[in-house]
Structures are given as structure tokens and as C-alpha cells.
Design a protein around this ligand. Structure first.
Ligand SMILES: Nc1ncnc2c1ncn2[C@@H]1O[C@H](COP(=O)(O)OP(=O)(O)OP(=O)(O)O)[C@@H](O)[C@H]1O
Ligand SMILES: Nc1ncnc2c1ncn2[C@@H]1O[C@H](COP(=O)(O)OP(=O)(O)OP(=O)(O)O)[C@@H](O)[C@H]1O
Ligand SMILES: [Mg+2]
Ligand SMILES: [Mg+2]
Lengths: 258, 258
């Protein structure tokens, strides 16, 4: 049965897309069949695999809006054989208004996912930096959520709200039982005292919720999208690739005993 | 007559809040009366001046929602005498839905601003990372917009759409004549070839639209919010403070000849 993991945080630029793309790639390289869904109108996961969002005729929007094309008709390949992509583009920003008017507005994506659930072991959903009805759909459709957390001052404040939101969703949108898989510290920079202090504070406050794996600041992660590849392909021997492989192991491990 | 400058980009984490806070502070230190409006439910401009958003009883939301308290009743001080703040908190995310149902939904903030326009030379609006009705209100209420652009691969794609959006707003929301004041390159890192290439590409593509001032990556900018201060107070002699003072000069200069 397909495990669906939302990569979510309303904070902008904390590493959601980078985590969605590279965790999906790492899991696929460990021989899982993985589906990555770009659920952000900015379409950065789509760009990260070399596609041009404005030139796509069918995207995830065409499935969840009134067109209701099945998701299976929108699937694109990537340079990793067992990793598929459902792309997005700017049309998806219209869904924020449209979905709000539909019956069962929180369950639209979950319903569409049934069309592909049999074909994949894991589905990864890249969420936009806005806590609206798109993020609601992603969380309701998911079994788990990973929250990338940039090691900066603003990290703490938004996290408490996000964890609260996840609880509220579990209580109000049965049978959704999305659970927090973990907090992933991103943009870690051991060289500044400031970064080490924030990292320590987050680990002390959130304890076991924080993944053992952290993602260090690495120029390879910023470069890889310009080559249309995940860092697992672009720089397979880099520390960044190692870290996303280690995260994939932790995610697999926690899946079994969760 | 008050100049209103929106700091906008739907891309997350590209330096909107950091620019709103530090440009506002730099202008205020040059003896302008400046009003900074936090127009993001994440309330990071509010946090940056040491306030606790969840403890505030009145915020910008209370003005634009049905409560309609005048903006003048919501003003808070900062450590810079001529810099005032209109704070926000998470309640503002409700406005994204509420405003969409109002008549003249794009002009709500502009209307409220009239209540304070006589008291300030410049108003700076910090926008959220989402191109919805909040960002629409900010742009319609503004005379100019500054777009912070992180020097990364994803910068180009979203920019074209944003510049298009600004044109559409000018055409469809008269008498709004918001003009693009400039693109501000942020997180500039001269030490990597990748960063230098992206910076060069942006300057070649957008020419005069790019400010002469660029903001380099600087740990002081990440630290300052944890002290509840702008970098102009927290590290007055730092390169980051110099750069935001230089930006303020460019903004003042372009204002005269715009
Ligand atoms: N560990 C890292 N080291 C260096 N650069 C990184 C790292 N993680 C992400 N980046 C880069 O930082 C920028 C922001 O990251 P990313 O786009 O993944 O964040 P996001 O949370 O998806 O942003 P948004 O809120 O806009 O969706 C991107 O240009 C990305 O390539
Ligand atoms: N030049 C810089 N050097 C170092 N850190 C920076 C710089 N500019 C911003 N930061 C830090 O990077 C993070 C993201 O910046 P900021 O919050 O200003 O972006 P934003 O565009 O407002 O994000 P959002 O899309 O979430 O509103 C913050 O923690 C900020 O303190
Ligand atoms: Mg993203
Ligand atoms: Mg911000």
C-alpha cells in the first residue's frame, strides 16, 4: 500500500523542493517505485527535472480542477528509471480559489491519488509556501509529513503553528491520520556559532522529532536543478548526495517501525 | 505624499522580510518618517523587531477584516525613532479567503492606508510568498515594488511571471500605477562560480532593472532578528548595514527622478 509523504512548511525557502526532489531520487535509487508530485504553482520540482512548466499541456492542476483528467495520464519520466513526476505550473495557483468552492474540498487530491496508488511504493508531495487549501489537500492525502526546517531564527515560531495544524487536520479530517515523520534540519552550517546555537536549540526543544540526518549547506544542491537532475545523479559522490541517501534510509527505517 | 513600496516575490525565502526590515530602518535613519507594514501571516517583520505575534491583540488583520479598526490604532514603535510598525500574526491567513469575498477586494489595504498617509514619507510593505489576494492588495496599494531575487537557479522562471503580474495589475486595477523600482540581488556569494554565473545572467537579462546595490550573504542579517533589531542597529558597521544604506540611497535617488 502506497506510503504518501508530504514535504511541508509554510516558511519560504527552507528546502522543501530540494528535499522532495532528492529524497524521492534517493528512495528510487534504492529500488522503490516513487512518484513525486509537484504541488506548488511555482513548479520548482518540475523545473528541477529539466521540464519547462509553461510548455506543459497537462499538469496536476488539470487533474484536480474541473477537468478531472486521471493522474495516470499526467505522469512524466525522470532520468531515474523508478522515479516518475507529476508536474505543475502556474495554473495551479487558480486551484487555491477553485478547490475552496468544491464539496469535500480537502479530499480532492486524496481521491485522485487512488488512480495511481497501486503502481508506486512511495509518493512524495512538494508543497507550496502557503498554508492554504493546496497544503491542506497534500496533508489530508498523506500518511506522513516531513518538515524541512532552515537553521535560522525564524524556524521556531512557524514550527509550533505547523505542528498544531497537523494535529487539527488529524482531528477534523478523518480518516486522515497523517503523522509527523520528522523535522529535517536544512542549510546547516557548522562554521558559524549562530547556526550551531539554533541547531542545538531545535534539537533540545523537539528531541526525537528531529531526524538524525541533517542537510548541510552545499553548492551542489543549488547547482543540480540547473542540470535538470537530482543531486544523486548530478554529484553522486557529494556529501549532499550522501545526506539524502542517509535520509532515505531513516525514512525507510521509520516506515517499518512507525 | 506618501511613497508606498511593496517588497514582493512569490518565491519563498528570497529576502523579502530582510529587505523590508532593513530598507525601512535605513530610510528612517536618513530622517524619513517610515511605516513598515507586516503583510505576511508568518509575521516575520513583526518578530524581527522583537514582538511576539501570538500575543498581539490588534494587528493589520483587524484593520482589513470586518472589524475595520483604523490602521492608526495598530501602530507599534521600534528602536528607531522615525520607524513605526504595523504588525501581523497568523490571523492574517484568514484574510486570503475573506478578502476574496469582499467588493473591491483588491483595494482594501489601499483604502485603509489613507488613514495614515499624512504621517509618513514612505511606507514599506512586507509581502507573503504567495501570489494571492494579499499580494494583490499590497501591489494595488503601492506606488512602487522592489523584487528581491535570490541568486539561484530558480530565480529566472518566477521573475518573468511576477513582472507579467505587475503589468496586469497596472492594466486592470486603475488608478493603480505601481511601477517596478528594481530587482535586488540577494544572498550574493562571490566565492562560487555558480553564484557569479547566475548573477551575471540576471544582470544581462534584466539590465537597468537590477539595482546597483546587491546584498551579500551575511550572517549578521540572519542574527539581527534574534536581537529584535534591524542590522542597522545590531551591526551598524557591518557590510550588510552598508549595503542596505546604499540601497536606501538608490531608492531615494530613483524616487526623485522616477
Ligand atoms: N542545503 C542546501 N545548500 C545550498 N543550497 C540549497 C540547499 N537547500 C536548498 N538550496 C537552494 O536554496 C533555494 C531554496 O531552496 P528550496 O527551493 O528547496 O526551498 P523551498 O522551501 O522549496 O522554497 P519555496 O518556499 O519557494 O517552495 C533553492 O535555490 C535551492 O536550490
Ligand atoms: N543576505 C543574507 N545573508 C544571510 N542570511 C540572510 C540574508 N538575507 C536573508 N537571510 C536570512 O535567510 C532567511 C530567509 O530570508 P527572509 O525571511 O528575509 O526571506 P523571505 O523572502 O521574507 O521569506 P518568506 O518567503 O518565508 O517570506 C531568514 O532567516 C533571513 O534572516
Ligand atoms: Mg519549493
Ligand atoms: Mg518573509
Amino acid at each position: 500500500c502506497m506510503r504518501t509523504i508530504a514535504i511541508a512548511n509554510q516558511k519560504g525557502g527552507c528546502g522543501k523542493t530540494t528535499t522532495a526532489v532528492n529524497l524521492a531520487a534517493a528512495l528510487a535509487q534504492k529500488r522503490q517505485r516513487v512518484l513525486l508530485i509537484d504541488f506548488d504553482p511555482q513548479a520548482h520540482s518540475t523545473l528541477a527535472f529539466g521540464y519547462r512548466p509553461s510548455r506543459l499541456l497537462t499538469t496536476v492542476y488539470h487533474s484536480i480542477s474541473n477537468n478531472k483528467i486521471p493522474l495516470s495520464k499526467i505522469i512524466l519520466g525522470t532520468d531515474i528509471q523508478t522515479l516518475d513526476l507529476i508536474p505543475s505550473n502556474v495554473l495551479l495557483s487558480g486551484a487555491e480559489t477553485e478547490l475552496n468552492r468544491m464539496n469535500g474540498k480537502a479530499f480532492i487530491l486524496e481521491e485522485k491519488l487512488k488512480n495511481v496508488a497501486g503502481k508506486y511504493d512511495t509518493c512524495i508531495i512538494d508543497c507550496p509556501p502557503w498554508g492554504g487549501v493546496l497544503m491542506l489537500n497534500a496533508l489530508v492525502a498523506s500518511t506522513e509529513v516531513i518538515v524541512p526546517v532552515q537553521v535560522h531564527y525564524y524556524a521556531m515560531e512557524g514550527l509550533k503553528q505547523l505542528l498544531e495544524t497537523i494535529k487539527i487536520i488529524r482531528n477534523n479530517f478523518s480518516p486522515c491520520d497523517v503523522k509527523l515523520l520528522g523535522l529535517l534540519l536544512t542549510f546547516v552550517n557548522e562554521s558559524t556559532l549562530f547556526s550551531r546555537q539554533i541547531q542545538k536549540g531545535l534539537k533540545e526543544h523537539f528531541g526525537d522529532l528531529v531526524f538524525n540526518t541533517v542537510i548541510h549547506r552545499a553548492v551542489r544542491l543549488a547547482e543540480a536543478p540547473s542540470a535538470g537532475q537530482s543531486v544523486l545523479t548530478y554529484a553522486a559522490q557529494s556529501r549532499a548526495a550522501d545526506e539524502y541517501r542517509a535520509l532515505a534510509d531513516e525514512v525507510n527505517h521509520e516506515g517499518i517501525f512507525a
